[in-house]
Design a protein around this ligand. Sequence first.
Ligand code: UGA
Length: 440
Amino acid sequence: MRISVIGCGYLGAVHAAAMASVGHDVVGIDVDQVKVDALSAGRSPIYEPGLPELLTSGIQSGKLRFSTNTADTRAAVIHFIAVGTPQSHSGGSADLRYVDAAIEGLLPYLSEGDLVVGKSTVPVGTAERFTEAIAARGAHLVWNPEFLREGYAVKDTIEPDRLVYGVADGDDYAVDQLNEVYATAIEAGSPVIVTDFATAELVKVSANAFLATKISFINAMAEIAEVTGADVTKLADAIGYDKRIGRKFLNAGVGFGGGCLPKDIRAFTARAEELGRGESVAFLKEVDAINLRRRERVVELVTEELGGSVFQKKVAVLGLAFKPNSDDVRDSPALDVAVRLNGLGANVVATDPQAMKNSRELHPQLVYGSTEEALADADAVVVVTEWPEYKDLDPTEVHSVVRTPIVVDARNCLDADAWADAGWEYAGLGRQVKNGRARP
Ligand code: UGA
């Protein structure tokens, strides 16, 4: 199929490359010339495992190209809208200006029988707004939300858990066309759910709202564990064995961040309020509040561990990305913790395998360094993103380079006993402090 993808960020760049990899002819469109130049040269502007290889092979095979010119969409019949829908400056609602601009920009180039496929996460009711203008060009609209996880985006795009098509009543043509686009995934077993626009839009936000709620649920249990002497990691294991609950997304820690979960639950709340159903999702405000409290708790723990003040204490902050395998620092709890500690007068040295460049752009006031530079003579070590290289640190080796063996494990990702046995004071979230320093 001949495909265009409008918007080449975390979603669109991966989608374009993945579609080319399964044999389609793809043009990716973005307004950012620097990004388009990088992508055209086979360089990924983001850190996403597997993406550079797909870009290179797509470009070499001639199946994939990038352009800043929307007129280049004329070569395509299927047009994916993959632009961002960030939180608006005025409140929690989604800022739809990029979606509006992408579709308006595309309209003059649409031909009879073309398909416009919305992938961006939008408030329920958005797709409906575009139906008339798209139909006037003889084209069809589908809302086809994306469920990819950063860090696994390539796999999630090529082998999605499910495909959801929101279509106008009886639009079998659109369904057939999209089935052809996703033929490889469908043959490999991905289920297809065909529904209306509103359901498709809601599937996306409700999935993210559910995941956010699951994380905040376990983090709320962590708050209770902290005042009762319980261990939230054991609790998560125990309840997770119940198949109805499941262990996934029950990792208590510094909470969720990134370009999706936080802004999606806020946009959902704002949209529900607009619809007069604010009370239906009022709990999402609590989900948000629990999540943000965890960042404060990490700072509080570091402060407690350092005897009441972080002022002029050297703190090694390990991790800046919102999660491992990503360079994304949008609403990153890790970066937030680094900034807060720095604001309290700690001598923070922050490090991350991939996210230092993005962090520096947002927070040039922080001191960044290698893991070795961060750890050298540290008064406390905080692990805020569970990158494998931090999980695999040898507590005995690290002990020999820090000033004080205090570790705050804000992701509960270290082996608490091993660190305590190596002489560390270990503080996790939602569990008791293990004082290895008292041991002989
Ligand atoms: C999320 C969804 O998982 C995807 O399905 C969705 O497509 C995507 O948003 C989107 O809307 O585009 P992503 O933001 O890549 O994907 O990250 P997740 O893997 O969901 O993690 C989100 C945050 O939750 C991270 O900060 C992570 O560290 C945190 N988290 C995750 C926890 O604190 N505990 C857990 O148990 C799991």
